[in-house]
Structure formats: C-alpha cells, structure tokens
Design a protein around this ligand. Structure first.
Ligand SMILES: CCCCCCCCCCCCCCCC(=O)SCCNC(=O)CCNC(=O)[C@H](O)C(C)(C)COP(=O)(O)OP(=O)(O)OC[C@H]1O[C@@H](n2cnc3c(N)ncnc32)[C@H](O)[C@@H]1OP(=O)(O)O
Ligand SMILES: Cc1cc2nc3c(=O)[nH]c(=O)nc-3n(C[C@H](O)[C@H](O)[C@H](O)COP(=O)(O)OP(=O)(O)OC[C@H]3O[C@@H](n4cnc5c(N)ncnc54)[C@H](O)[C@@H]3O)c2cc1C
Length: 668
C-alpha cells in the first residue's frame, strides 16, 4: 500500500538541501550515521516499545525499565558497541534509568577524583558493570548548599578505617538516581574528620568523596545502612523509571583507601595532606562534566517538542481571522503562532551549536586538568553552569509552549508532550538549581569586571576588555536590514551584558559587606548572568555561520534562524537594551519589524528544518508529530488503544452512577 505523505506540499516548499542540513545538525556525517543507526536499532526493536509506559503503575514501570536496560546491555555486548554507540543507544531508548548515573556521574567521579591506583582498581569493574554506582551528594537538608553537607567521615587510625555516619535526619542522602534500588556502590560526599579536626571547614571545600559498597551479595544492605526510594515523582511514567534514593549510615566502617585520593589524602598514621598542585575546586569537577553533557543533549529535547508542534501546526486548519466559519488557515500561518513557535525552532539550533562549542571547551579543560593546568577551570565552571541553566529553563518553558501550540491535543499523553515536559522539568533543578547556577555566573562576571586593569579577561568574558567602547558607543542601526548583520547583533548583546554588569558591580561596591550586597542584589545579578549567557549563545551561532557550511541554501536558512533567535531576545528583553541606553525605542521597534520579516522567510522552510533533526517516530512518540502527518485517524485510534476504553462500563459504574440515575442514593 502506498504511504501518503500529508506534509508533502510543505516538504516541497523547502529552499535548502535537507540532507546537508541533517549533517549540520548532527555535527558531522559520521555523527549523523551513528545517531541514525542507533535510533533505528531502538525503533525497530520491540523490547523498546514505550507507548504503554504512562499506563503502568510504578512497580511495573520500574521492572520494565530494568528489562530495557538489561536488553540494551545485551545489545552492547552482542553487537560489540563502543562506549559512544552505547551512549546513543541509551539516549534513544529514552527512559531515565540507573545506567545514566553509573556512566554519567559515578565513573566520571572516579576518573576525576580517584588516584591512579584507585582508577586502576575501580574503573575496569565499573566499565564492565561488575559494580553499579551512583553519585550521592545531595542530602535532605542541603542540596544547593554543598558546604552545609552533614554526613561525616571520621578517621579511625587504630583500625585504618573511616567511620561514615549520618548524624541527623537532615543528613540523609536524598535524591541520588540509581541509589534507591539498584546501585551496588556509591560515591558519597562527607565531611572529613581526622584527629578530631574537621578538614577544610575554614576553606571553601569541606567535604570529600568516598566510594562505597552498599549491599551484601544477596542485595540486602550492609549492616548500618538504610536505603530506599524517595517516592513517586511528578508525571505518569516520566522520571519514575529512575530509583532516586535515600541513604543513611549508622557508624559504617570502610577501609581508608576508599577515600577518593586525587585532591587530598589521609595517611596510615592519620596525617591529612592536600595536594599542592591540585585546587580543591576539582572536587566539583563531576558537576562541570555533567552540566556540559546536559547542554549537549538539551537541544535534542527542545527539537523534539518543536518538531511535534511544527508538524501539527502545518496540518491543522482553523478559521481565518476574517471569517469564523470557513476553516481555511493552517495554524502555522497565524502570525501569532509563528511568533511563539519559530523562536523555539531557532533556539533548538542555537542550543545545538553552543552545545558543540561547550563540548570543545570542556574537552580542552579536561586535557588541561589531566596535565595539572587549572587555569581555565573558572571559565569552564561559569560557562557550563550558566549554559546549563539558560538552556534547560528555555527548553522546559519551550516544551510547555509547544503543548499549548498544539491546542487540546497537546495535552493528550499521545501527543508525546506531557511526558516530555515531566521528564525534562527536573533538569532545572538537578545538577544545580538554575537560579543558584546563574548566581555563580554573576560572581564570575562581577569578579572579571572588578579586575579590569590588572587581569586580562579571557574567553567568553573577553568582551569586557573593550569596556570603554561598549559603555559609550550606542547602537548604529538605522533600518531594519541593519539588524541582520552578525557583528552588529553580537555588539548589541556585548553592550547590554557589559553595561548591566558594570551597573551591578558599582551597586555592589556600595555595600560594606560584599556577601550582604550579593544577597540583596541577587535578583539583578541573575539578570546580569542571563545577559552574559545569551551573549555566549548568540556569538557562538554567529561564529558558526562564519564557517564553511556546504549544501544548497543551508547557510542562508541558518542565517535566518540565527537572526530570529537574536532578535527575538532583543524584543523579549528590550527593557534591558533600552534602560542601559544602548538602543533607542525606534531601534527596538525596527528589530521587532525585522523579526516579522524573518518569520515570513522562515515559514517555507519550517517543516524541512524540523525534518533535519532526523527524529524517528519512535523517538518522538507523538501521534500529532508523526513524519507522515497522518494525524487524525491515528489520534482516533490512540483513544481506543487506551485500556480505559476496553469496556463501556467502568469499574464503579454500577456502584456510583446507578444510584444517581435510579435516585437510590440513600442506599449508599
Ligand atoms: C531538558 C532536558 C535535558 C537533557 C538531559 C540529559 C541527560 C543528563 C542526565 C543527568 C542526570 C541527572 C543527574 C543529576 C545529579 C545531580 O543533581 S548531583 C548533585 C548536583 N548538585 C549541585 O549541583 C549542587 C549545586 N551547588 C553547587 O554547585 C555549589 O554548592 C555552589 C553553588 C557552587 C556553591 O558552593 P560554595 O562552595 O559555597 O562555592 P562559592 O563560595 O560560591 O565558590 C567557591 C569557588 O569555587 C568555584 N566553583 C564553584 N563550583 C565550581 C565548579 N563546579 N567547578 C569549579 N569551580 C567551582 C567558584 O567559582 C568559586 O571560585 P572563586 O570565586 O573562589 O575563584
Ligand atoms: C530528578 C532529580 C534527580 C537528582 N539526582 C541527583 C543525584 O543523582 N545525586 C545527587 O546528589 N543529587 C541529585 N538530585 C538533587 C539535586 O541536585 C538537588 O535537588 C539540587 O541541587 C537542588 O537542591 P535542593 O533540592 O536542595 O534545592 P534548594 O537548594 O533547597 O533550592 C530551593 C529553592 O531555593 C533557592 N535557593 C537555594 N539556595 C539559594 C541561594 N544560595 N541563593 C538564592 N536562591 C537559592 C533555589 O533557587 C530554589 O528556588 C536530583 C534531583 C532531582 C529532582
């Protein structure tokens, strides 16, 4: 039977080579081929079916996710997949499970903080999954405030042991993924006490990491350990496939050599030694690594929501504004729909490119750290923290907007959007609350501004070198067309970020106690950080356009996306641009007018731009976002696939409806 492509006319409108754009989106022909292979491996394997997931109760759901993880592991071994291939396989299975934390945090924690000897011992066991680990940092009472962690690790020189203890209820480890039911091991963060002295309490970092066995061979917890799951989380299915756990220690003894010893050591005699050439910030290194991974992945999440909303918008017709009777307008042709949808489409591409750049930055930092060069760590910390915060917040808001863009059908689980929202929303909290992370960026920016004159700003803050120009030269835009020039756009974002940073730094200087100033101005400081991070995203998109990009019309289509992203932000934050005096109201309104022109240029390419994400229908798991656009018959069928429709008489009907119909309520 011939397949009908309901989006064919839309696809025919494309003004660029979609196959070439797929390569740009994937990063390289090799990446495209790799992702395509893994996505189809998952899509064509019945073990990875996921449409029934939201109907399952927690225990079934969890068992189902363990089955999928075991199947994935079997595929990795049977097909001899590389670590990179296995990572994409897990990604397309699209179900948070314990291996995410094992590979994403436990192993990197050992790699970053273990001594050579410890790495030799634990990494092969971990990579072969002979042990399964998690990352236990957060406690019930302290998440963002890492310095407040209460779990203690007291050295007992007589027995050459550490005694790990949870002295209060609030010191219970709380949230670690994979901890509740599965992990055999944990990297646990605790305060170190040697010879009755807390180590590091006077410095910045007062906790140390230890690797632990949690269970005995029959998987009952070791004596002194209480472990469990934190309970049901938001959304059906969604993150409930993960066993986020709780953990308490009652004077649990572990050998001294289970303290991760790259940053500091405790000797057999109980002497505490800190490695001179390794900064203590390294203990935060795993978080830098995972924040980078989140930024690398987040564009895929946003692109998925945008793909669904764009395809449905290009199919569904509503009345025109002049006639409420004739259903002739495609939703995508409403200007108001475009002004909500197209900036999200542009954001997906913008986040992809900034994610690529961040990966490059992180790879460079990692190599430097291995060679004990820590000079770029502050920049890496600020960039990973800020971009994690900016992109996850925008993505989660974007998914919610896509749900609304699909009208009522977006609210159906079969649209794929509610579960995507539920599974993504904790990204604003885990790996650092987004506001807390933005405050870290603000600290970095304010420090850079304060040091102007005796320390050269580098990397993402190098615009601060041109402070004088940025503070005094205002925008030169005179026509709408003037706005679509890369260097002009970047300069506007630089000027806004620099002016906001300088104003805040001056306000901070008026406080006698800097910490009090920082606290009182924290809302403004978050805005400074947002301006700095948006500048990074815009400038990395503009830099991408300066590269050689093959394929008919590809570069032109990307230029439109870049300017949509940037001018949408100018419009959204025009208050910042106006208050700082960089723009006049006329220039701001020219930016908005130009934005409307850009939407009309983007419109014919919209479907092709989401096709270039190369998402399979399995990955999208959305009736309204199907590739073939055959929505309505499938939407109808999906309603009958719900077990709730198995019978016309639901449980409780005879008991609770009959008495009302028969007016026999008194018998209840
Ligand atoms: C939308 C869909 C997405 C898709 C998705 C993909 C899947 C991807 C799976 C993920 C799966 C989830 C897994 C969740 C796993 C957890 O959530 S693990 C727990 C994560 N917890 C956190 O992130 C806690 C957040 N809190 C913190 O990081 C710290 O406490 C804070 C906020 C940095 C403050 O710490 P502090 O010690 O009070 O530090 P502070 O005095 O501010 O700074 C001290 C110095 O250290 C520096 N520093 C601070 N942090 C660092 C750092 N990390 N590195 C280097 N230097 C640092 C500061 O810059 C400062 O430097 P100087 O100015 O002195 O030079
Ligand atoms: C799904 C999920 C998975 C997780 N996985 C793990 C894991 O594997 N391992 C692990 O160790 N942890 C994990 N966590 C815990 C996570 O890292 C913490 O929830 C996170 O760091 C935030 O800490 P908190 O929950 O204590 O929030 P809080 O710090 O209590 O924040 C609550 C509110 O207070 C505000 N706030 C807090 N501090 C400040 C401040 N200094 N200035 C201004 N505002 C502030 C925040 O902005 C926020 O609005 C996970 C959490 C979730 C939801």
């Amino acid at each position: 039977m011939e397949l009908v492509d309901h989006l064919r006319d839309e696809r025919n409108k494309a003004q660029f080579d979609v196959e070439a754009m797929k390569v740009v989106w994937a990063g390289s022909p090799q990446e495209l081929q790799l992702c395509d292979r893994m996505a189809n491996l998952v899509a064509n394997h019945p073990a990875f079916e996921k449409l029934k997931r939201p109907m399952l109760v927690r225990k079934e759901l969890f068992k189902n996710s363990l089955r999928k993880a075991a199947y994935a592991r079997k595929l990795v071994i049977d097909l001899g997949l590389s670590e990179e291939e296995a990572k994409w396989l897990r990604f397309y299975i699209d179900e948070p499970t314990y291996p995410d934390l094992h590979w994403g945090m436990f192993i990197p924690a050992i790699e970053g903080q273990g001594s050579e000897e410890q790495k030799e011992k634990w990494l092969p066991l971990s990579r072969n999954m002979q042990i399964i680990g998690c990352y236990a940092q957060t406690e019930m009472g302290h998440g963002s405030n890492v310095q407040g962690l209460e779990t203690t690790a007291t050295f007992d020189a007589q027995q050459d042991h550490f005694i790990i203890h949870s002295p209060t209820l609030t010191s219970t480890k709380w949230w670690p993924g994979g901890l509740g039911k599965v992990s055999t091991h944990a990297v646990v963060y605790a305060r170190l006490i040697v010879n009755g002295e807390f180590h590091g309490v006077h410095g910045w970092y007062n906790y140390y990491s230890f690797s632990f066995f949690l269970y005995l061979e029959d998987h009952s917890p070791l004596p002194g350990i209480t472990v469990g799951d934190v309970g049901l989380k938001f959304g059906n299915g969604a993150y409930n496939t993960m066993d986020n756990g709780l953990l308490r220690f009652h004077h649990v003894r572990i050998p001294r050599n289970q303290m991760l010893m790259r940053v500091s050591q405790v000797s057999r005699e109980g002497k505490y030694m800190q490695c001179d050439d390794v900064p203590r910030q390294l203990i935060y290194g795993t978080m830098v690594s995972v924040r980078q991974t989140i930024v690398a992945m987040v564009s895929r999440t946003l692109s998925r929501a945008v793909c669904i909303a764009t395809r449905y918008s290009a199919l569904r017709r509503q009345h025109s504004s002049s006639s409420l009777v004739v259903p002739c307008f495609l939703m995508i042709d409403y200007q108001s729909q475009q002004s909500r949808l197209f900036p999200l489409l542009a954001s997906a591409y913008a986040f992809k490119f900034v994610g690529e750049w961040l990966k490059w930055l992180y790879t460079d930092v990692k190599q430097r750290l291995e060679a004990n060069d820590f000079s770029t760590l502050p920049e890496a910390h600020a960039s990973t923290a800020g971009l994690k915060s900016l992109t996850t917040s925008a993505t989660v808001d974007g998914i919610e907007e896509c749900m609304k863009l699909c009208g009522g059908d977006g609210y159906l689980v079969s649209s794929g959007l509610p579960e995507l929202f539920a599974v993504s929303v904790p990204a604003c909290t885990y790996e650092g609350d987004n506001t807390v992370l933005m405050l870290q960026v603000a600290r970095f920016v304010v420090k850079t501004v304060s040091e102007v004159g005796y320390k050269e700003p580098l990397g993402t803050s190098s615009y601060i070198r041109r402070l004088n120009t940025l503070l005094h030269n205002n925008c030169l835009v005179q026509t709408g067309e003037d706005w679509v020039k890369g260097d002009r756009i970047v300069e506007a974002f630089e000027a806004r970020a620099a002016r906001m940073a300088v104003t805040c730094t001056q306000h901070l200087a008026k406080f006698q106690d800097p910490e009090q100033g920082f606290s009182e101005l924290s809302a403004d400081l978050v805005e400074v950080a947002v301006a700095h991070c948006q500048l990074i995203v815009v400038s990395k998109f503009v830099e991408k356009l300066a590269q050689d990009i093959p394929g008919k019309g590809v570069k032109e289509a990307l230029e439109v996306l870049c300017y949509v992203y940037a001018l949408f932000l100018v419009h959204k934050h025009q208050g910042d641009f106006l208050v700082t005096g960089y723009l006049t109201p006329k220039q701001a309104s020219l930016a908005n007018r130009q934005l409307r022109i850009l939407y009309s240029r983007l419109r014919p390419n919209a479907i092709a731009l989401v096709d270039a994400f190369n998402h399979t229908d399995h990955y999208l798991s959305s009736v309204v976002g199907r590739y073939d656009g055959n929505v309505y018959p499938n939407l109808y069928q999906a309603a009958f696939n719900d077990p709730f429709n198995d019978s016309h008489v639901p449980d409780g009907y005879h008991q609770y409806i009959h008495p009302i119909l028969n007016q026999t309520l008194a018998k209840l």
